[in-house]
Design a protein around this ligand. Structure first.
Ligand code: MG
Length: 404
């Protein structure tokens, strides 16, 4: 089998870098990356916290997620700038679009990170490490901020590699480098090894990733259940998950947010969901679309993703209607764990608000709807060659097959 090659691209200090670029583009004289500065959540509210910090602020030992008050005590001249999520989303999609030219298979991990599956691309680019340097330099030149690129034989290793040394760097963590580059690292640096897992590992006298790799699978499974298997494989640099291709621009609209610190408060999480729902429904209305399926995405402090979705009785682009569903899904699915990232996803998008189906001609209408859909699909497929458009159910089966 051909060796897989995956790139992980990560914007250095995304919120602060992007705000710096915004300010410079709007005539601001200072580059806030070069002074003690932070991006801070609303200073007036009690919970105003540090969302991102400049390298200079870092020297004052200012930490992400501490309160602005604490940060100011460490550095009285600290300058605080508000987050600009609208601009961040713009910068994010601009970057994702730019990166997508290098591989047809891209998976966005968060607002400022994505994977590119570069397997087989050496036929086009010859030296992939050199290409990574070119991409990194081009982003700096074109957009005015820096990124890190990690190269690995799978997503895990690429992700670990992009974290090695920042900013503005390309790193590899290939199969034959696991022992020298991965094993000496603190076990807490392993992707998906949270604070609590690290503490328990330390109690077991496991301090480095190399220590973990030497442990027996059975012992780890006994201690960590299913997460034990993950730890066992990850410490050996093994990861079999695929870069999930994102198909079709209009198939879904979603937004996710990595929270400034892990939230466990439902009210707080719902506040974020409200903002996100407002955002995605606005986008829906702008595109004159309606969503039939509503989903909520969770990622907890152990980087475990879970999500749930439900279908609306009628496709909608009404904020209130969709928000009700979002809250219902949240209430039914939130596991009271520490949430690191949360998001809203609208899918099953249609151009027309679906007609109310009357009780009497239910069957007939369903059939008619099916036919119309079929006709449309047929037309598109005739025009562009076969099987561009497939019903969702068929697509799923196809994807599952591919993964094997
Ligand atoms: Mg980043």
């Amino acid at each position: 089998m051909k060796e897989r090659i995956v790139f992980h691209i990560d914007v250095n200090n995304a919120f602060l870098s992007w705000t710096a670029v915004y300010l410079l583009e709007n005539g601001y004289k200072k580059d806030i990356r070069e002074i003690p500065s932070i991006i801070g959540g609303d200073e007036k509210t009690r919970r105003g916290i540090v969302l991102a910090k400049s390298p200079v602020a870092k020297k004052y030992k200012i930490q992400t997620a501490e309160t602005i008050y604490q940060a100011k005590q460490k550095c009285p001249t600290l300058e605080i700038y508000p987050p600009n999520y609208k601009w961040y989303r713009k910068k994010s999609s601009e970057l994702m679009e730019f990166l997508s030219q290098y591989s047809p298979n891209q998976e966005q991990l968060s607002i400022d990170e994505c994977f590119l599956d570069m397997t087989g691309m050496n036929y086009i680019y010859k030296d992939l490490e050199k290409l990574a340097h070119e991409i990194k330099d081009e982003v700096k030149k074109r957009f005015g901020y820096t990124i890190n690129i990690g190269i690995g034989n799978n997503k895990l290793c690429a992700k670990m590699a992009s974290d090695f040394e920042k900013p503005d760097k390309v790193h590899t963590l290939l199969k034959d480098e696991i022992v020298t580059k991965l094993w000496p690292l603190d076990v807490g640096d392993l992707y998906m090894c949270g604070k609590k897992t690290k503490e328990r590992l330390n109690q077991m006298k496991i301090y480095t990733i190399g220590d973990l790799a030497k442990k027996d699978l059975k012992i780890l499974e006994k201690e960590f259940k299913s997460h034990g298997k993950y730890l066992y494989e990850a410490s050996r640099g093994k990861d079999y998950s695929v870069v999930k291709e994102q198909t079709g621009k209009n198939q879904s609209i979603s937004t996710t947010e990595t929270l400034p610190h892990d939230y466990t408060n439902s009210e707080k999480l719902k506040e974020v969901l409200l903002k996100q729902t407002e955002m995605v429904t606005r986008e829906l209305r702008r595109k004159e679309l309606f969503a039939k399926t509503v989903g909520v995405i969770f990622k907890n402090s152990h980087f475990i993703n879970y999500s749930a979705q439900e279908t609306l009785e009628q496709a909608s682009n009404n904020t209130k209607e969709i928000l009700n569903k979002v809250y219902q899904i949240f209430d039914e699915n939130y596991k009271d764990d520490e949430i690191r990232l949360i998001g809203v996803r609208l899918s099953n998008l249609t151009e027309k608000k679906q007609e109310q189906i009357s009780l009497f001609d239910n069957e007939q209408k369903e059939e008619k709807k099916d036919n119309t859909l079929q006709e449309t699909m047929d037309k598109i497929n005739t025009k562009f060659g076969k099987s561009i458009v497939k019903p969702a159910s068929l697509k799923l089966v196809g994807e599952r097959k591919l993964k094997k």
